[in-house]
Design a protein around this ligand. Structure first.
Ligand code: AP5
Length: 220
């Protein structure tokens, strides 16, 4: 099974994928996080992606699709967070796997997206916090690995506004792509992360799929 999480920047795709993947025995694949890891490692792919990410633009389809193809090659189940983001990527995903796709879009009012993104703090391993809704135990330090928390370069007011425009222009048509084949599940992402998690599980089950819990029924 492949679960695809769609939604604008700040909708909570990463937060929900990080909860869903371990309980469902699926691998969490965040294309944004993969690019940031390439950047930290100084790879050619990281350098090419940076040129686009630093402007809030989408990385070209060809680079993203090959990266995701490599991830899916293990034949395991996955939660895709941040992919597909264009209709061309959605078509490529359909062509590259015979696995059943469960596609869910998480929706959140625009003003809340802005608050969530400007309050986000991350550590270098990608653990995510929010100074308002989910602060770390000690300000500025990751609970998991003790490293400093920083703000993502693309989480400034101006960059967030630009990324939301890119989403409306490039990614909103992906919703229509899945809706046309009755594959789109809608999840209300407004509310606490636990509530959204339960709504997401309900939506997945409504599509006739079951999410086996490998952690004794815990929700996170
Ligand atoms: P990426 O890293 O994927 O960024 P994004 O899609 O803009 O999504 P975000 O990570 O900003 O938000 P999210 O929905 O995961 O929210 P989160 O859970 O963190 O992509 C970055 C860049 O990489 C792109 O701009 C592009 O350049 C490139 N890229 C990536 N994929 C690509 C692709 N397929 N094609 C082309 N280019 C690509 O939550 C946000 C905040 O809200 C956190 O602080 C969190 O704690 C908080 N929060 C979460 N849920 C809740 C809740 N229920 N209540 C309150 N607060 C919450």
């Amino acid at each position: 099974m492949i679960v695809v999480l769609l939604g604008p920047p700040g909708a909570g795709k990463g937060t929900q994928a990080a909860r869903l993947a371990p309980m469902a025995g699926l691998t969490h694949v965040s294309t944004g996080e993969l690019f940031r890891a390439h950047l930290r490692s100084g790879t050619d792919l990281g350098a090419r992606a940076k040129a686009y990410m630093s402007r809030g633009e989408l990385v070209p389809d060809s680079l993203v699709v090959e990266m995701v193809r490599d991830c899916l090659a293990d034949g395991e189940g996955h939660v895709l967070d941040g992919f597909p983001r264009t209709v061309a990527q959605a078509e490529a995903l359909d062509a590259m796997t015979a696995e059943r796709l469960i596609v869910a879009v998480i929706s959140v009012p625009q003003d809340k997206l802005l608050t969530r993104l400007t309050g986000r703090r991350v550590c270098h391993e990608g653990h995510v916090y929010n100074i308002v809704t989910s602060p770390p135990t000690h300000a500025g330090v990751c609970d998991v690995d003790g490293t400093p928390l920083t703000q993502r370069d693309d989480d400034t007011d101006a960059m967030v506004a630009f990324r939301l425009d890119v989403y409306a222009r490039e990614t909103a048509p992906v919703l229509a792509y899945y809706e046309a084949t009755s594959r789109l599940l809608r999840v209300d992402g407004d509310g606490g992360a636990d509530d959204v998690h339960q709504r997401l599980l309900g939506a997945i089950e409504s599509a006739g799929a079951t999410v086996p819990s490998v952690v004794g029924g815990a929700s996170d």
